[in-house]
Ligand binder design. Sequence first.
Ligand code: AP5
Length: 222
Amino acid sequence: MYIVLLGPPGAGKGTQALTLSKRLGIMHVASGDLFRHNLNKETPLGLEAKTYMERGDLVPNDLTVRMVLHKLKSPECNHEALLDGFPRTIHQAKSLDEALGQENKAIDVVLCLQVSSEKVIQRLSGRWICQDCQSPYHTFNAPPISQGICNHCKGALYQRPDDTETTAANRLGVYMKQTSPLIDYYNNQGKLIEINGEQTVDQVGQDMLASLSRIEKERSVR
Ligand code: AP5
């Protein structure tokens, strides 16, 4: 399957993707993580993306599409993926449709997390991430067992430089302007499922799994 997780910054895409990808046995492909990996390694791609990411703006489409499609074609994806943070513009969505179409594949479903702007800012300003396994935590909503240390791999936790209130507010504005048109784009294709992202992490995950199994059942009837 190709599944897209859509939703504003801080909606919980990464949190859900970690569990969902393991449960479904498909690769989690997060464009933000790919950029941060390149940035840490100081690759030309990472250095080109740096200024856009620091401002909370989108990295140009051509660079982003090239990076994600390269990952999707890798053997570890094996023609399946749980996409998180990509596509983020109509241009990216069309490029993805075209690339998958060349392999007689298509996006199966788009799970769109709905979370209010106030909650998003509150979540981002309290977020901590494991520098090794990328597991997200939150000062109040999801604190680690030991302060500053990942529950899963004991890696050190850090705060993303683009999680300040000003940059987070810009990212939210960018989402409204450039990414939210994807809601209509995928709705018109009959692929969009809206999920209430303001519930507990477990409840959101259960709703996602329930939606996916409903789709599987509908397909097996056809
Ligand atoms: P990216 O890394 O993709 O950031 P984002 O979309 O802004 O998403 P986030 O990672 O901030 O949020 P999330 O939804 O994953 O939330 P999380 O699960 O962590 O992109 C970063 C930058 O890279 C962009 O600004 C851009 O510059 C560039 N970029 C990336 N992709 C691009 C593209 N396609 N095109 C162009 N540029 C691109 O949760 C957030 C917090 O909330 C955590 O603390 C978590 O513990 C907590 N939380 C989660 N769920 C719940 C819940 N149900 N209840 C309570 N708390 C919760």
